[in-house]
Design a protein around this ligand. Sequence first.
Ligand code: SF4
Length: 70
Amino acid sequence: MKVEVDLEKCQDHGQCVYAAPGLFALNEQGRLSLRSRAAAVYVADVAEENAEELHEAADICPLQAITVHE
Ligand code: SF4
């Protein structure tokens, strides 16, 4: 599966980090750490074993910035 994060929607509040600490993190500036690797949209493969936390992160994101592609 793949995760897609719309970094223009994301406001770095970090709920996804609490829901899926294995997939998301905040950097020293308090911003979503994967920003350093993407311009506007971040896309990456996610292992099946991380499916549950990925779905939790997508559900909890208040900006609906996280999309899961099965
Ligand atoms: S929960 Fe959504 S808005 Fe908040 S940091 Fe994560 S992706 Fe960004």
